[in-house]
Design a protein around this ligand. Structure first.
Ligand SMILES: Cc1cc2nc3c(=O)[nH]c(=O)nc-3n(C[C@H](O)[C@H](O)[C@H](O)COP(=O)(O)OP(=O)(O)OC[C@H]3O[C@@H](n4cnc5c(N)ncnc54)[C@H](O)[C@@H]3O)c2cc1C
Length: 304
């Protein structure tokens, strides 16, 4: 259900805090645009199929859920119809959709970003892969949606990606934080003009949570010299081929991600995962994180 008016003052205040990630800054900008929502709805109500805005246009969009698929015990793929069935969404690489809902029994809207996982060039549809967190407000809501239900979204920009600006990117993800990394990996490798090398390190709880293994496997096969994926599993099965535990300094060293080595001096590190993982990597006020210990400067690190 779409929100009916401006968000409360305290929410805006919270979103202007100085320690924001890239996504938090984008979320603040999207929330600031909520006033345009009513205007957009008024305009789009009279628009015909060909002049309906794509997702790239400013404002909020109401998307109809086309279908769902359970891809693992706690991850669902949700396929939504775009406002214009004959055009792609028009999102740029690493953009996400800020989803907005008002769960039953609550008066405050819940806003969470999700990164589309289908090709940004696909016409007519946008797909999300959503991991269900027990008690999670938005992930529970999204998992409860049925085909025909609607979801309000607003596009938010991520990192502004310039092909070949960095010779090598390290993508470090935890759990469902993999989706921005997957979108970027597809965008880089499927662009013949972009020669960036990619090392992905993805931390998950169990082997069954490596829900994009097939897709990443196909990309590794196609681009063996440019793309390497390493999965780290907290509680692996006895037959698991993956290292056990969390993403540590040792794991990143073994992956060749030491900033001080000559070949990595221009590397860019992108991070997206649960708060404890991001804290361990980026450090807290008094304690340097693993990335600083490996020699990365703050300017080399981007957090979604
Ligand atoms: C740029 C960006 C893109 C994202 N894309 C996706 C995506 O494509 N698919 C997807 O499933 N998620 C994605 N996320 C995470 C998503 O935005 C939500 O944070 C997540 O779905 C939990 O929201 P919730 O309202 O269900 O949980 P909440 O109600 O906020 O929290 C419920 C419980 O879950 C825990 N929790 C919350 N978030 C996480 C997390 N990320 N990892 C581990 N535990 C957590 C909390 O500590 C709490 O215990 C993305 C996040 C960012 C920043």
């Amino acid at each position: 259900m779409p929100p009916s008016g401006p968000f409360p003052q305290f929410l805006r205040a919270k979103l202007t805090a100085s320690s924001m990630s890239g996504t938090q800054v984008a979320v603040a900008a999207a929330v600031a645009g909520v006033g345009a929502y009513a205007l957009y709805l008024r305009k789009s109500a009279g628009a015909n199929a060909t002049d309906k805005p794509s997702l790239a246009s400013f404002g909020f969009h109401s998307l109809r859920l086309h279908s769902t698929e359970l891809v693992s015990h706690n991850v669902k793929r949700l396929r939504f119809e775009l406002p214009n069935a004959t055009q792609p969404g028009g999102l740029s690489l690493t953009s996400a959709l800020l989803t907005i809902s008002i769960p039953a029994g609550r008066w405050l809207p819940v806003l969470r970003p999700y990164t589309p996982v289908n090709s940004l060039d696909e016409t007519g549809f946008v797909e999300l892969m959503v991991k269900h967190y027990p008690g999670g407000k938005q992930s529970s809501h999204l998992h409860s949606l049925k085909p025909g239900d609607r979801l309000t979204v607003a596009p938010i920009k991520g990192l502004s990606w310039t092909p070949n600006k960095h010779p090598h990117v390290a993508l470090i993800a935890g759990g469902a934080g993999i989706t921005p990394m997957y979108q970027l990996t597809q965008g880089i490798l499927n662009n013949p003009g972009d020669k960036t090398r990619i090392t992905l390190v993805w931390g998950v709880n169990t082997d069954s949570e490596i829900f994009l293994a097939e897709q990443f496997g196909a990309l590794q096969k196609k681009f063996p010299d440019r793309f390497k994926a390493i999965y780290v599993v907290a509680t692996p099965e006895s037959s698991s081929p993956h290292p056990k535990g969390f993403i540590t300094k040792q794991i990143l060293e073994d992956a060749g991600l030491i900033a001080s080595s000559e070949k990595n001096k221009d590397i860019k590190v992108l991070v997206c995962g649960p708060p404890p993982m991001e804290k361990a990597l980026k450090g807290a006020m008094s304690k340097p994180g693993v990335l600083a210990e490996l020699g990365y400067s703050p300017a080399q690190i981007y957090s979604f």
